[in-house]
Every structure is written in C-alpha cells, then in structure tokens.
Design a protein around this ligand. Structure first.
Ligand code: TYD
Length: 204
C-alpha cells in the first residue's frame, strides 16, 4: 500500500502523519515513512538545489525535471523495495505536488508534468492520497508563526501562487476520486490528526 500526503504549506500534514504513523505502528503495521523531495542521499542533494533561496534564476522546467529526478531515485532506492517487501509506505508529498505546483501554479500544465513523471515513475501511482486542504491565508500564517521551520524558495511565492496550488489539488481530487480523501486541515490539530488516522484505517 502506497499512501501519499499532499497539501499546501502550513496544512499541518507533517504533525498529523506523525501521529497516525505512531498509532498504526502500535497496531502492528510496518510503516516506511519518507518525504519528497528527498528520502535518499542523492534525492536529498537534489532537494538542496531545488529549495535553495539563492537559486532565484531557476527555470520552471528545470525545477520540474529536478523534482522528477529526485522522485525517480527515491522510488528506485526506497519506495519500490519497501512495497516489494509488503510494507506500507507513507510519503510526505509525491507526484501530485508536482502536478499542483509545477503543473498548476507554475503554469507548465498538469498533463505535461504527468508526462515527464510517467517516464520517471513508470506509472507508479499512490493507492491512497490524503489531501490536507486549507486556505492559503491560514496555511501561510501558520508557517510564519512557526519559527523552527526554515523558509524555502517556494514558500516565498505570492499568495496567488498558493491559491493556484490549492485549486489544482482540488481539481486533482476530482480527477482521481478513487484514490483521494480530502482532510479539512483548517480544524484543530487533534481533530486533523484523528481524521488522518481514520482515513488510513478505513483504506487498510
Ligand atoms: P518542504 O519543506 O518539504 O515543504 P512542506 O513541509 O510544505 O512539505 O518543501 C517542499 C517544497 O517543494 C514545498 O514548497 C512543495 C514543493 N514541491 C513542489 O513544488 N513539487 C514537488 O513535486 C514536490 C514534491 C514538492
């Protein structure tokens, strides 16, 4: 079972997933928790290049290809082997982030991004995608309140960019209803965490 966690910045997905993973492990499930971009040493190196605030001249297509490259390496080294061993993989961001950020918000087109990613992923789609949906105003206010989180190149985009990210995610949820579950991430932390666990348990 391959589960991905998607949503805008400040949606609280990381905290909610940490809670859900802990509860699932208590119930005896074997979970591999990972994240994108990153998850393996090579992909983490690519992550640094992508998110570096000084890389202001990065071309949009370069950005899209780097995300796809990091994803490919992550699949080869970590995700595919874990799935082969029958483990549950929970990945913080995956393909749909590329569709929403590069395809929608950067304007490269969802179908173009799908195409480069089908080369990279050989058609590996998640079985379940949890979309942590929250208005960008709320999400961005949460990140600026969180002093421990380092601000990256994409956080610095204007509100309009983040609105496009959200709208594209909502369109993707309509396009792939069989694998999407929307979590209302504007609610209190505890409620969001419970909803996350529930959603995963119903699918398992
Ligand atoms: P990260 O610090 O991991 O953000 P978050 O905690 O919000 O998940 O940074 C990842 C950033 O990269 C985030 O702004 C979303 C963006 N991103 C893309 O634009 N495309 C992608 O394919 C992925 C995986 C992430």
């Amino acid at each position: 079972m391959f589960i991905t966690i998607e949503g805008p910045e400040g949606s609280g997905k990381t905290t909610a997933v940490a809670y859900a993973v802990n509860e699932l492990e208590k119930r005896g499930y074997q979970i591999v928790r990972t994240r994108e971009p990153g998850g393996t040493p090579i992909s983490e190196q690519i992550r640094k290049v992508i998110l570096d605030k000084n890389n202001t001249s990065m071309d949009k297509k370069t950005e899209a290809l780097l995300y796809a490259a990091a994803r490919r390496q992550h699949l080869v080294e970590k995700i595919w082997p874990a799935l082969k061993e029958g483990k549950i993989v929970i990945c913080d961001r995956y393909l749909d982030s590329s569709l929403a950020y590069q395809g929608g918000a950067r304007g490269l087109g969802v179908d173009n991004i799908l195409q480069i990613n089908s080369f990279a992923t050989e058609g590996t789609f998640p079985d379940l995608t949890l979309l942590f949906d929250v208005e960008p105003e709320i999400g961005l206010a949460r990140i600026s309140a969180n002093k421990n989180r380092e601000v990256n190149r994409l956080d610095l985009e204007k509100i309009e960019f983040h609105r496009k990210v959200r709208n594209t995610f909502l369109e993707l949820a309509k396009r792939y209803p069989e694998r999407y579950i929307i979590i209302d991430a504007s609610k209190e932390r505890e409620e969001v965490a419970e909803a996350t666990l529930e959603a995963i348990l119903t699918r398992l």
